[in-house]
Design a protein around this ligand. Sequence first.
Ligand code: GLN
Length: 485
Amino acid sequence: MTANPALDLAAAVRRGERSAVDVLEEHLARVDATEADVHAFNTVLGERARVAAGEVDAAVARGEDPGPLAGVPIALKDNLCTRGIPTTCSSRILEGWQPPYDATVVTRVAAAGAVAVGKTNLDEFAMGSSTENSAFGPTRNPLDLSRVPGGSSGGSAAAVAAGYAPLALGSDTGGSIRQPAALCGVVGVKPTYGVVSRYGLVAFASSLDQVGPFARTVGDAALLFDVIAGHDPADSTSLPGAAPVASARLGEGVEGLRVGLVTELVGAEGLSAEVVAGTRAAADALAAAGAKVDEVSVPATVYGLSAYYLIAPAEASSNLSRYDGVRYGHRAEGAADITEMYVATRSEGFGAEVKRRIMLGTYALSAGYYDAYYGQAQRVRTLIIRDFDAAYQSFDVLLSPTAPGTAFPLGEKTADPLVMYLNDVCTIPSNLAGHPAMSVPWGAGADGLPLGVQILAPALGETVMFQVAAALEAMAPAGPGSSAR
Ligand code: GLN
C-alpha cells in the first residue's frame, strides 16, 4: 500500500497524535532549506499559516474535528484569489492588488482544516508550459535545478515535489496541472468542466479553465478532489447535483475495465520514444491486471492544438481587457490622457507571451476573420467531443502520454513559442471536450527524470479515472518522484 502523506497527516492531527503547528514548522523548514534555489512561491505565508495551524490544534484540543484536511499544508497557485493576500498571476499588472474575497476552493480547503503555506509561481496569467513566463523569474524543477518544472502551475508542482506541502491547487486550461505534474513526478488532476468552482480563479480562457489538485499520491489527490468538488452558486458554470466521488473505488483494481490507448495521442508530433514506450508499458500493465486494453482512434484530436490556440487567446483577449490601470494593480504614470494611460499601463504591465495571446485573440475575433478562425475552431471542438463520445461507447477510460518528454532545460524552448505550445498536444483535447483527465507518475526517462501517463475519462467519470490511476500507481516502475522525499 502506498503511504498517502496528506491522508496520514490529517489522520494523525485529527487523533491528536500530531500537532498541526509542528507539521507546519517541518514543512516551513524545508521551504527555508531549498526555496531560494527552487522559487516555487511568490509569497510564503509564515505567520498566517502559524495562526491557522494553531486554530486547528485548538479545535482538536476542544474535542472538535477540524475536517478531512486537518493540519495539512497546502500551496495555492497565485491566480486563486486570497482575501488580503497579494494575488499576482505572476504579472506586473496586478502589482499591489489584494483581492477583497477568497476563491471558493480556498474557502473550502480552509474549512476542511488545510493550512495555506503560500501562493505559488506560474507563467503570467497561466500562459505557458515552463513557468519561465513569470514576471518574477522562473521556478526550477526540484529534481534537477537546471530544468523547468513545467507550467503553467510549475510552482504548485514544484512545491509538492520539493516537500513544501503534500497538496497544492493549480489551474488547467490546456494542460497546466497535468504537464507540470508529469515533469515533477507528482499526481495532477484536471476535473470535469463545472465540477470544481472557479469563483475567485482569475480568468484566462473561461470555457476551458478548471481548478484541480496536485498531490504525491492518487489517494491524496482524491482526498483533495473530494473536498473541492461540488456545486457553487457563486459560479454560473458550476454543475448542479452531487459531484463524482474520487475516492470511492480506489482499491478495486481494473479487472474487466475497458481501456483505450489513443492512437493519435501516442502517435502525436514530437513525443520522445521513451514517452511512447512508457505509455505502452502502462497499457500492458493494465492488461496484465485484468483490464481489456485496445487501441482506439479519436481522429479529431489531431486538430486540438490548432483549435486551442484560437479559442484560448480569443477568450483571453476579452478576459484581460479588464486590466486597464483603473480597476486593478499597476497604473502607468505621466500619461497625457486616458487612452495614453491605458496603452502605457498595458504595455508596461503585460509580458511578451500575454501580449502575443491578446493580439492573436483580438485578430481571431475581428470582423471578417471571426468565422474563418474562431468559428472554425468551435466546430473542431464539437468534432472532438463527438469523437470522444464515440470512443467512450466502447471504453471506460482512455490512456495517453501526458507530456512529450521529461523536464527540459531552462531556456531550451523559450525562443520559439510554437515549440513551447507542442508540450500540450496530449492534454489540450480534454480541455476542449470539458472532460476530466489526470497524470500519474510512471517511472523515469534515461536522464533519470520522471515520466507521466495520462488517464482520460468522459464527463463526470472521475470515479473510474481515479480507480485506474490508483491501479497504475501501484504497478508503476520506481521513479525519482517517489524517492526524493
Ligand atoms: N500551456 C498552455 C498555454 O500556454 C496551457 C496553459 C494552461 O493550461 N493554463 O496556454
